[in-house]
Design a protein around this ligand. Structure first.
Ligand code: COA
Length: 321
């Protein structure tokens, strides 16, 4: 069966660590509140780097591991909601930075579900026989979209990038599903920075991220188990066969609740938000790369990737490693 296989992973996080105690100096919060509500202890934040630079660093590491040369890449999809420019796309910038001269490149906007949407989209191209080799990246610098005086959001997020090289093969992605619900867009939203209007005499304003935390929480713990069950049902895969559930790293309590609803042991739900916070589109590929480099993924292992976020968007992919 023609499918798509991940043949290399890479990730990159900025050097600068910002702890919960650091944030307690700028907003009315504390380490205990943040840790117990979210599982986050610290995050990495950029100083000089942008979304595309981080994406290119993660991409280079994935290429190195895969042995695929930049000129062999036919498609680059960058899942991001924090592009450095309106245009050119971040994916085109990455193309230039890594020398992927033969690739078609574009960004995909699905907030924290960006990597899963991008991977599934590349898979569709590969399955259709249009491309054979793709580079998928999730990279976000949400620190530039955050209102740093809003304690309800600023403690949750971090910056980072993760990437995967995907090739046509006989084994790999076994199934996938994606969903969107545009009627709930306002529960997790970031205004545009270019909303000026000449005729109405409106000056452009800065837009910041706002969130209804409890609505997002309820959405995630309902929709993630649902979409995972659907992918398993589509492919006739029993839940017990899944070695790991690699979920978007938004919040440890969301993961615990998903595990409980699926009746699966937490041992199968790796987590690293403790160190990076919620890195949006980057969280799944960063975790996947860490697991891959730690030798935790063995050929034949079945793993689920599942993302959820603004849009609202959510989805899941079943992979045989
Ligand atoms: N530090 C201290 N107190 C805080 C705080 C912070 N950083 N942020 C909010 N609070 C306060 C609130 O103001 C509120 O105070 P009040 O009772 O005096 O009004 C209290 O804590 C409880 O707020 P609430 O929003 O009910 O907390 P919660 O238990 O729902 O936890 C989240 C808040 C954000 C941690 C939780 O809703 C969540 O994890 N949601 C999902 C968010 C997410 O993952 N988003 C990204 C998805 S991609």
């Amino acid at each position: 069966m023609l499918t798509s296989r991940i043949v290399g992973t890479g990730s990159y996080v900025p050097e600068q660590i910002v702890t919960n105690d650091d944030l307690a100096k700028i907003v009315d919060t504390n380490d205990e509140w943040i840790r117990t509500r979210t599982g986050i202890r610290q995050r990495r934040l950029v100083t000089e780097e942008g979304t595309s630079q981080m994406a290119a660093k993660a991409a280079k590491r994935a290429l190195e591991q895969s042995g695929v040369k930049p000129e062999e890449i036919e498609l680059i999809i960058l899942g991001t909601s924090s592009q450095d420019y309106c245009f050119p796309s971040g994916a085109c910038e990455v193309q230039a930075m890594i020398g992927a001269v033969n690739a078609v490149c574009y960004d995909l906007s699905a907030a924290c579900t960006g990597f899963v949407y991008a991977l599934n989209t590349a898979h569709a191209f590969i399955k259709a026989g249009i491309y054979r080799t793709a580079l998928i990246i999730g990279s976000d610098v949400l620190s530039k979209l955050i209102d740093w005086s809003d304690r309800g959001t600023c403690v949750l997020f971090g910056d980072g990038a993760g990437a995967a090289v995907v090739k046509a093969d006989e084994t790999g992605i076994l199934g996938m599903r994606m969903y969107s619900d545009g009627t709930k867009g306002d529960v997790l939203i970031c205004g545009a920075r270019t909303n000026g209007n000449f005729l109405l005499g409106k000056k452009p304003e800065l837009g910041y991220m706002t969130m209804n935390g409890q609505e997002v929480f309820k959405f995630a713990v309902k929709k993630v188990p649902e979409v995972i069950r659907q992918v398993l049902e589509d492919t006739g895969t029993p839940m017990e066969e899944i070695r790991y559930f690699v979920l978007h790293q938004a919040n440890y309590r969301i993961i615990e609740s998903v595990a409980k609803r699926l009746k699966v042991d937490m041992e199968k739900f790796p987590a690293n938000m403790e160190y990076y916070g919620n890195t949006s589109g980057a969280s799944i590929p960063i975790l996947l790369d860490e697991m891959n480099r730690a030798g935790k993924l063995n050929p034949g292992d079945k793993i689920i990737l599942s993302g959820f976020g603004g849009g609202l968007t959510w989805g899941a992919t079943l992979i045989q490693w």
